[in-house]
Write a new protein. Structure first.
Length: 256
């Protein structure tokens, strides 16, 4: 029996990187999958490379109404939700002294408020024994220069997840967090930095990661599958670091 047979998964931010790899694996494991993303080009590409029972909707997670509508359309199609999985997020590396309050507002809206609002709008469709998964980052536990906005927002998300895990326990709904270390996805291209600087980031993270490699989206997808499936039915309120040991390393200090 496939691990997600008869389950319906909502993946917010599923058209690229970790979300797309997870969507592929979830479909292979028998899930029906509802995906969201913003850019039409990525939606078209994802539609072509996925196979199985899925629906993709264009919805920005920070546009609460459009995400709510996407959730409603997906549920109208598939009936209910067994897996709520937030992947959509953004990183804005910037020094505090160079940032404006707007940078913080924007980070906190995307990486903390929007996932909470999305869950708020999805919660009525969750089946008993559902699995809720949020995506954080090593920077939620390990401080680094330029990462105060991103790290603060994601740390808030982790604490939110752990708190509601206790509230949902009575209903046997589980809430867990995936915390990727540096992972080879198109997120680096979204930073708008020159190629050599991106290469520099990747080289740096390869060097400071104890396993001396970057993560692959599939590494996260496999951990997401574990949290989504009944294999983790006695696990709630935890964070799984899929980071090659980065969260245990003493050297996480990227150049400002
Ligand atoms: N890659 C890493 O090194 C790394 C490390 C630590 C944590 N993370 C976390 O992992 C998550 C996924 O990252 P990734 O590396 O897989 O990134 P990615 O390849 O850029 O994929 C992000 C996905 O989310 C969608 N998305 C982004 N912003 C969105 C928004 N506002 N509303 C709806 N969809 C949105 C993207 O599509 P559109 O662009 O079309 O919206 C895409 O489908 C993020 O939460 C990130 O913070 C990543």
């Amino acid at each position: 029996m496939r691990k997600l047979q008869n389950k319906v998964a909502l993946i917010l931010g599923g058209t690229s990187g970790i979300g797309l790899a997870s969507a592929k694996l979830f479909l292979e494991e028998g899930a029906k999958v509802i995906l969201t993303g913003r850019k039409q080009r990525k939606i078209d590409a994802a539609s072509k490379c996925l196979s199985g029972d899925f629906e993709i909707y264009q919805a920005d997670i920070t546009d609460f109404e459009s995400t709510k509508k996407a959730i409603e359309k997906g549920v109208a199609q598939f009936g209910h939700l067994d897996i709520f999985y937030q992947v959509a997020g953004k990183a804005t590396p910037i020094l505090f002294n160079q940032a404006t309050p707007k940078v913080y507002e924007s980070e906190i809206k995307t990486d903390l408020i929007a996932p909470i609002v999305a869950l708020w709008n999805a919660k009525q469709y969750l089946n008993p024994h559902a699995s809720i998964i949020f995506t954080s980052t090593t920077f939620s536990t390990r401080p680094a220069p330029t990462m105060s906005a991103y790290g603060a927002a994601k740390a808030g998300l982790v604490q939110f997840a752990k708190s509601i895990a206790l509230e949902y326990a009575e209903q046997k709904i589980r809430v867990n967090v995936l915390s990727p270390g540096s992972t080879e996805t198109p997120i680096f291209d979204e930073l708008g930095l020159p190629e050599d600087q991106i290469k520099g980031f990747k080289d740096f993270f390869r060097m400071v990661t104890p396993l001396k490699s970057l993560g692959q989206p599939e590494d996260l997808a496999k951990a997401a599958l574990f949290l989504a499936s009944d294999d983790s039915k006695h696990i709630t309120g935890i964070t799984i670091d899929v980071d090659g040991g980065l969260n245990q390393s003493w050297h996480l200090v990227p150049e400002a």
